[in-house]
Write a protein that binds this ligand. Structure first.
Ligand code: GRG
Length: 290
């Protein structure tokens, strides 16, 4: 698994470096590079590749769409670390972007990464029809805005230090984290021109993967160390974050995440042995320590 992630990370970063090199150099681009490279685990790209494998989609196409997703993800992390959001000074084992370059510059680099995602999806290097590009952009923009990541982040901040129900926590986590995973899971079905029903099926799989991912992330915050995680841990409790661990307790949150994992595995059972790659990724998500 680790070797596969390293290959995907190398291929994604090579694409992104080439893409940025072909643009005019600006001061802001070096700040964007700081947020993007070497980057994180590339788990979202791995999921695009795994689901793409179910439909035999060309690897390069999937890497390019994954690169766009990684830009949105890097943007969300830069903004998430700002003092007005989660106020974290360490990210991916190095000072957060605003610590290194200042808040205003970090905001602008984040915004520029957001728009770069859409530049990538419209670029000529992505060899799919214009119609499919529009469909990908439609979904990605919806997953990123008030119905998705930004809306989920708003709920996350507004839930701090309040008693929040399980359903509301799940809704917030599916928006904040799950929507980008939903997009990743829908990409292959969109590229293969599948019908709405099948696209919706993958959207739901992505929401479950996102929830699983967020619970694992909360478990890392709860039990791991800053050194291992490359970001500050033990923050959720201090900030009074509404998480499934704070509501259900550590053991029950683990039980719940195992149940979500088995649900996803049985949802994908119909793809037979082709689903072994995505199943391997689910195990990685649950057992990772960073
Ligand atoms: C990005 C549209 C948009 C809006 C910004 C700040 C914000 C609004 C949203 C924050 C979303 C956020 C940070 C969700 C948490 C997701 C999460 C668990 C991130 C960690 O992902 P990993 O572990 O990170 O994949 P690496 O470093 O490995 O890439």
């Amino acid at each position: 698994m680790q070797n596969k992630l390293i290959k995907i990370a190398n291929d994604t970063n090579s694409f992104l470096k080439r893409f940025i090199k072909n643009q005019k150099k600006t001061k802001l681009v070096s700040v964007m590079n700081y947020g993007l490279f070497p980057g994180g685990k590339k788990i979202r790209s791995k999921i695009i590749i795994d689901i793409g494998y179910l439909f035999k989609i060309d690897y390069k196409t999937l890497i390019i769409v994954g690169a766009a997703v990684e830009c949105i993800h890097a943007y969300s992390l830069i903004h998430d670390d700002l003092p007005c959001m989660d106020n974290d000074d360490l990210r991916r084992g190095k000072p957060s972007t605003h610590i290194k370059f200042g808040e205003a510059t970090a905001v602008l680099a984040g915004n520029s990464l957001l728009t770069m995602a859409f530049e990538i999806l419209t670029s000529e290097s992505l060899k799919i029809s214009e119609n499919k590009k529009v469909n990908l952009i439609k979904k990605l923009s919806k997953c990123s805005g008030h119905l998705g990541i930004a809306g989920g982040q708003y709920l996350d901040l507004s839930f701090e230090k309040k008693k929040i129900s399980k359903n509301k926590i799940i809704d917030m986590e599916i928006k904040k984290t799950g929507k980008l995973f939903s997009f990743c899971c829908m990409v292959p079905a969109i590229i293969k021109d599948k019908n709405m029903k099948e696209i919706k099926f993958f959207e739901k799989i992505g929401a479950k993967i996102g929830l699983l991912f967020q619970i694992a992330d909360d478990l890392i915050d709860y039990k791991s160390t800053t050194k291992k995680a490359g970001k500050k841990t033990g923050k959720d409790k201090k900030k009074g974050k509404a998480t499934l661990i704070s509501l259900l307790g550590y053991e029950n949150a683990i039980k719940y995440s195992n149940k979500i994992k088995s649900d996803i595995v049985s949802d994908l059972d119909k793809y037979g042995s082709k689903s072994k790659n995505i199943n391997e990724t689910l195990n990685y998500i649950l057992n990772r320590n960073k």
